[in-house]
Design a protein around this ligand. Structure first.
Ligand SMILES: [Fe+2]
Length: 376
């Protein structure tokens, strides 16, 4: 008999003391500690006083029956093994008790050797159940922890994506000094409209990225055309227009930007089909690109140009009304017009007229932007 087993404690419950006395003594000789009770109520009291590994209870007792005790003990001490003791005639009820949660049953008069063996087996079973439960609990905790770690990792990857995106944008800014503040503002304007249109978080992300990188293809346009002062010749215009395809080719190969690349390709399309490069009409144009068209016009009109001062937001709204159904999707136009002018003014103030490369002074705005890009 091992040291650990010697500490196992059994509670014996029977209104006839002689019954538990005999089994108790046998258990004692086998290295168990035991305690005898004459009623269910007394047993419950005893369970509160000291820990037990097993209960052997008579089925038929005055007051609380064995089944009553089983129910209570199970509720309060689910890890204690329970063995129901019955007369030979009650074995059907004893089997029923097992369905109620008893671990085994003993038939009276006890065969002492088998009774001790049954107690030992029931305790072992109980402790295995407990271990299994702990393991399961541990497993759940582990899964939860791993899920949290995965979420953090995903967030980091997402951030790395946005850094990449920033780097791409910065590469363009080096050449086209007009795009820095423009790309940010257009991206934020798009987000406002897209949100108001009920776009999903995934769509919002795609639209923000597509809008931010819409002109990335200008990286591939020669300086002589991109930076030319004055009007472009028709040939130069044709080359300039290839920026949408260059941008698309560039981004569609980057998995996390592939969906945004559709917006880049279509950002010069018009609702009436007069745009380029494919002359798509209506809903053939991706929603993000239809939203972008309005955001782009809004920003172009309300920004200073070498040849004119920035126009008021009201003028841009009037242009959207005028071009609704021609350049712009009427549904998107309606949603845009329903939003307060203050929305756009706030974004313009927040982003400012940043040009060129990101500097320390732009960091707050930078963070605000990055946060926007990571939303949802
Ligand atoms: Fe463009």
């Amino acid at each position: 008999m091992g040291e650990a087993e010697a500490k196992l404690r059994v509670l014996l419950v029977d209104d006839e003391q002689a019954v538990w006395q005999l089994l108790g003594e046998k258990l004692g000789r086998c290295g168990f500690e035991w305690h005898g009770c004459s009623s269910g109520a007394e047993a419950l009291g005893q369970l509160e006083l000291a820990p037990f590994d097993a209960i052997v209870s008579d089925l038929k007792m005055p007051g609380m029956t064995g089944l009553g005790l089983l129910g209570e003990a199970h509720k309060r001490h689910p890890h204690i093994a329970f063995l129901m003791a019955t007369g030979e005639a009650d074995t059907g009820v004893a089997v029923g008790a097992m369905k109620e949660g008893a671990d085994d049953y003993l038939v009276k008069p006890f065969h002492l050797e088998s009774a001790v063996e049954a107690v030992r087996r029931a305790i072992r079973k109980k402790s295995m159940e407990k271990e299994l439960e702990m393991y399961r609990h541990h497993l759940e905790e582990m899964v939860e922890q791993r899920t949290r770690q995965l979420q953090v990792a995903m967030k980091r990857i997402e951030r790395a994506y946005d850094d990449t995106l920033e780097a791409l944008g910065a590469a363009l800014d080096l050449r086209d000094t007009e795009t820095a503040g423009h790309s940010r503002r257009v991206s934020l304007y798009c987000l406002e409209i897209a949100r108001a249109m009920g776009c999903t978080p995934e769509q919002l992300k795609t639209i923000a990225r597509g809008a931010y990188l819409h002109d990335i293809g200008k990286i591939g346009i020669p300086d002589s055309i991109l930076l030319k002062q004055g009007k472009l010749t028709p040939e130069e215009m044709t080359i300039m227009q290839t920026h949408v395809r260059i941008g698309f080719e560039l981004l569609s190969r980057i998995p996390f930007l592939a969906t945004a690349s559709d917006i880049v390709l279509a950002h010069q399309e018009r609702y009436d089909g007069a745009g380029y490069p494919q002359g798509l009409t209506g809903e053939e144009i991706p929603l993000g690109a239809r939203i972008f068209a309005i955001a782009d016009t809004l920003d172009a009109m309300t920004s200073d140009r070498p040849y004119r001062q920035a126009l008021p937001f009201q003028t841009a709204r009037e242009e959207v009304v005028r071009e609704s159904g021609r350049q712009f999707d009427p549904d998107v136009a309606r949603v845009f017009l329903s939003l307060p002018e203050q929305t756009w003014e706030n974004i313009r103030r927040q982003v400012g007229n940043t040009r060129g490369r990101i500097t320390t002074a732009d960091q707050a705005e930078e963070q605000a932007f990055t946060k926007e890009m990571q939303v949802n």
